[in-house]
Write a protein that binds this ligand. Structure first.
Ligand code: ZN
Length: 514
C-alpha cells in the first residue's frame, strides 16, 4: 500500500515540476522583456508569453492532476501536518480547486492583453499620455471583473483578486487594517510635518552610475543575497523574479543625480531575493517553492530596505564606505545628516520614492480608487482627476501631470485592477512584527548590524520564515514566527520610536490625543 502511494506521489511531483518549469519559462520571458528585449520584439513576445501561460494553465487544470490529488488526499491527511508531503498535497489541492474555475481561453486573453498593456504603458508613461492607455485600462477593468466572476459568489468583487495575492484576506479585512493604520498614521504625519523639514540636499548631485551599482550590490550581498544564484540588472520598474531556486534575479534603477534610488531599490529587491533564495531546496520545483503571500514577501523587502537599510546602525558601518565611493559629494556631510536625509518625511507624489511614514497613505488611496473602479463608481476616463483629488486631500499636493499621477505605477497596466497594492502595507506592518520577534530571540542583532554582520538576522528569518516557502499560509506563519496574529502595534511602535527621535516628537502614545 505504502509503495502505491509513493508511486502516486512521484507522479504528482513529476507533474508539478513541469508546471514549475513552465512558470520559470514564463518568468524568463517577462524578465527579458523588461531588461534586454528590443522594442520591436513586443508583439511576438506577447504571443510567446500567452502560449506558455496557456500550457501552464492546461497542466494546472489537467483532470489527471485532479485524480492524483484525490487519490493522495487521504494519505496526506494521515501524515504529520507539518511534513513537506502533507503540505504539498494540501497546497496543490487548494491551487487546483482555484485553477479549474478559470477557463484556459480567459487566461490566454488576459496574458496577451497584459503584455500589450505593459508595452503601451512604458511609452504612455514616458509621453505623459493617459488618453492612449484609456481603452486598454477599460479592457483591463472588464477582464478583472470577468475574472472575479469565476469565483462567485463573493462578498466583494475585489475579494478573489485579494485572495490570489494574500490567501485568506478579503476587502473587509484589508479595509479594517488600512482604517486602523490610517487613524494612527495621520496624527504622526501631521506631527512630523509640523517640525522643521530634514535637509536631503546631500543626496542630490552627481553620483556615477557604476559606483552606485557597485555599492548597492556590495550591501545586498553582505545581507546574504547570493550572486551565484542571482544577478542584478537595470529596469525602469525594479522587481525580483524566481526562475528556479538557484536563479533568483533582481533589478534596480539608477538615477545619476540621486544616490538613494539604486541603493534602496536594490536593497528592497534583495530582500525579496533573500526570501526566495532561502526557501528550502527540497521544496524547489513544487508549488511550495516560493514565498507564501505577497504581503509576507513585501515584509522582507521592507525589512531589509527600511528597518535594516535605513537604520543608523547600518550606516555607522557603511557610511565611511559610501563616503569613500563619493568623496566629492559626501566628505563634508556628517553621518547624522545623511541618516536624517535618507529618513526625510514629506508629503510627496511618487509612491516608490515615498518615506516610510507617508508610504501607506499612497497605498490607501490606490486601494480606495481600485475599489471605486471595480464597483463602477469611477469611470476610467475620470481616473486622472480622481487621482489628483485624492492626492490633494490625503497628501496635500497634486501631480502636475499623469506621468507622476495615475500612470506612475505598473500594476494596473500589466495585470488586473485590484489586489496589487494592499500587500505593500501588509508588508510594512509585518516587517516590524518579524523584526521585533527576531530581536526577542537575539537581542544582539542591532550590534551585529552595526558591525556589518547580518547572518544572525538572516538566520532567524531563514529558520522561521524563508525555508518554509508556501508550506504555511500567511496568518499561520506569522503566528508561528512571532507568537501572535498580524498586528500594527510593532510597526507603529517602530515608527513612533524612530521618527520620534529623528524629529524630536513626544512619545507615540500621546500623539493620538493631539
Ligand atoms: Zn516589493
Amino acid at each position: 500500500m505504502r509503495r502505491a502511494e509513493d508511486a502516486l506521489l512521484a507522479q504528482l511531483k513529476a507533474r508539478l515540476l513541469e508546471i514549475s518549469d513552465l512558470a520559470g519559462t514564463s518568468a524568463i520571458l517577462s524578465w527579458d522583456q523588461s531588461t534586454y528585449m528590443p522594442a520591436d520584439g513586443a508583439v511576438a513576445r506577447g504571443r510567446q508569453s500567452a502560449l506558455v501561460s496557456r500550457l501552464m494553465h492546461e497542466r494546472r487544470t489537467d483532470p489527471a492532476l485532479g485524480r492524483l490529488i484525490e487519490q493522495l488526499t487521504p494519505y496526506g491527511e494521515g501524515l504529520p501536518p507539518d511534513s513537506d508531503d502533507a503540505a504539498l498535497i494540501r497546497v496543490t489541492a487548494r491551487d487546483f480547486a482555484k485553477a479549474i474555475r478559470v477557463p484556459t481561453g480567459f487566461v490566454e486573453r488576459l496574458s496577451a492583453h497584459s503584455s500589450a498593456a505593459y508595452d503601451a504603458w512604458t511609452r504612455a508613461r514616458q509621453n505623459d499620455d493617459f488618453a492612449s492607455m484609456r481603452p486598454l485600462l477599460e479592457k483591463t477593468l472588464d477582464l478583472s471583473c470577468e475574472y472575479a466572476e469565476f469565483f462567485a459568489p463573493y462578498q466583494h468583487v475585489i475579494d478573489p483578486l485579494i485572495d490570489d495575492m494574500d490567501e485568506g484576506m478579503t476587502c473587509a479585512s484589508v479595509r479594517a487594517l488600512l482604517t486602523e493604520l490610517r487613524a494612527e498614521l495621520l496624527p504622526l504625519v501631521r506631527a512630523i510635518c509640523d517640525r522643521p523639514a530634514a535637509d536631503d540636499g546631500c543626496l542630490r548631485g552627481d553620483f556615477a552610475d557604476g559606483a552606485q551599482l557597485e555599492f548597492s550590490l556590495r550591501v545586498a550581498t553582505a545581507f546574504g543575497y547570493d550572486l551565484a544564484r542571482g544577478r542584478l540588472d537595470r529596469t525602469p520598474h525594479p522587481f525580483c523574479t524566481r526562475l528556479s531556486g538557484n536563479d533568483v534575479r533582481i533589478t534596480t534603477r539608477v538615477y545619476p543625480d540621486d544616490v538613494t534610488q539604486a541603493l534602496f531599490s536594490t536593497l528592497h529587491e534583495a530582500g525579496h531575493g533573500l526570501y526566495e533564495q532561502g526557501v528550502g531546496p527540497a521544496l524547489d520545483g513544487t508549488p511550495l517553492g516560493s514565498g507564501t503571500s505577497a504581503g509576507v514577501h513585501e515584509s522582507q523587502s521592507r525589512l531589509w530596505e527600511n528597518v535594516v537599510g535605513r537604520s543608523l546602525g547600518l550606516w555607522r558601518h557603511y557610511y565611511p564606505q559610501l563616503r569613500a565611493a563619493f568623496p566629492e559629494r559626501l566628505s563634508n556631510v556628517p553621518l547624522e545628516t545623511f541618516h536624517r536625509a535618507i529618513n526625510k518625511v514629506e508629503r510627496s507624489l511618487i509612491r516608490t520614492e515615498a518615506d516610510e511614514v507617508t508610504y501607506n497613505l499612497h497605498i490607501i488611496l490606490r486601494f480606495d480608487l481600485e475599489i471605486e473602479l471595480l464597483e463602477r463608481r469611477l469611470a476610467v476616463k475620470d481616473l486622472p482627476e480622481a487621482w489628483r483629488a485624492r492626492y490633494q486631500s490625503d497628501l496635500g499636493i497634486s501631480p502636475p501631470d499623469d506621468r507622476d499621477g495615475c500612470l506612475q505605477d505598473v500594476h494596473w497596466f500589466s495585470g488586473c485592477v485590484g489586489g496589487a497594492f494592499h500587500s505593500y502595507t501588509i508588508g510594512n506592518v509585518l516587517s516590524a512584527q518579524f523584526y521585533a520577534a527576531a530581536l526577542r530571540a537575539h537581542p544582539q542583532i542591532p550590534g551585529e548590524i552595526e558591525a556589518g554582520r547580518f547572518g544572525m538576522l538572516k538566520g532567524w528569518l531563514e529558520t522561521n520564515l524563508y525555508r518554509h516557502g508556501r508550506k504555511f499560509k500567511a496568518d499561520e506563519i506569522v503566528r508561528r514566527a512571532t507568537g501572535e496574529p498580524m498586528t500594527i502595534r510593532p510597526y507603529m511602535d517602530y515608527l513612533g520610536r524612530k521618527y520620534g527621535e529623528l524629529y524630536g516628537l513626544p512619545q507615540p502614545h500621546s500623539l493620538a490625543a493631539q
